[in-house]
Design a protein around this ligand. Structure first.
Ligand code: S3P
Length: 176
C-alpha cells in the first residue's frame, strides 16, 4: 500500500501541479513543497539562470537531490517539475515513498496555461507547441509508470480536482 502521508504530484508544465498542490495540502492539513521553488529559494536564482549557467544537466542534478530530500518529509504534498521523472532513481523513490498522482493535461491546455510564461527555459522556442508534443511523447510513458493514480485537469477547476483527489484518498484510506 502507498504511504498517504506523502502525496507527490507529477505531470507536464501547465498541468496545475503547484496550484492544485497548494490547495490539496490545505485540504489535508499538510505542508506544501514545490521542488522548483525550493531550488530557487536555496540557490537564490530563478530556474532559467540555473539552465543558463549549468545547463539542463546541472539543473537535473540539483532537481534530483532536492526531490530526494523533500520526498522524505511526512504530511507533505510535493509538486515536482515536469521533467523530474526523467531520472530512474527519482521515479522509483517517489513511487516507494508516497502516493504519486499524475496530473494529465492536453497539449492545448498546457499551451494556454503557459502562453505568457518566461520562467520555463524549455518553452523559450519558436514553436512551443512542437516542443510540448515532443516532451509528452517522451515523458508520458514515464508519468504513467510512476503514478499510482491519474487525474485529468483539462476541464476541471482547481477546487474540483482537489475534491476528486480527496475522495480518492478517503476511499483508499478506508480500505487500508
Ligand atoms: C521542466 C518543467 C518546469 C521546471 C523546468 C523544467 C520540464 O517545472 O522544472 O523548467 O522539464 O518540463 P513545471 O513543470 O512546474 O513547469
Amino acid at each position: 500500500m502507498s504511504n498517504l502521508d506523502r502525496i507527490v504530484l507529477i505531470g507536464p508544465m501547465g498541468a496545475g501541479k503547484s496550484s492544485i498542490g497548494r490547495q490539496l495540502a490545505r485540504a489535508l492539513g499538510y505542508a506544501f513543497c514545490d521542488s522548483d521553488k525550493e531550488l530557487e529559494r536555496r540557490t537564490g536564482v530563478d530556474i532559467p539562470v540555473i539552465f543558463d549557467i549549468e545547463g539542463e544537466e546541472g539543473f537535473r542534478r540539483r532537481e534530483k537531490a532536492m526531490i530526494d530530500e523533500l520526498s522524505r518529509n511526512d504530511r507533505c504534498v510535493l509538486a515536482t517539475g515536469g521533467g523530474a521523472i526523467l531520472d530512474a532513481d527519482t521515479r522509483h523513490r517517489l513511487r516507494d515513498r508516497g502516493l504519486v498522482i499524475y496530473l494529465e493535461t492536453s497539449i492545448a491546455e498546457q499551451l494556454r496555461r503557459t502562453r505568457r510564461d518566461r520562467n520555463r527555459p524549455l518553452l523559450q522556442t519558436e514553436d512551443p507547441e512542437a516542443r510540448l508534443r515532443d516532451l509528452m511523447e517522451q515523458r508520458r510513458p514515464l508519468y504513467l509508470e510512476t503514478a499510482h493514480l491519474t487525474v485529468n485537469t483539462d476541464q476541471a477547476g482547481v477546487q474540483q480536482v482537489v475534491r476528486e483527489i480527496m475522495r480518492t484518498l478517503e476511499e483508499r484510506n478506508s480500505t487500508q
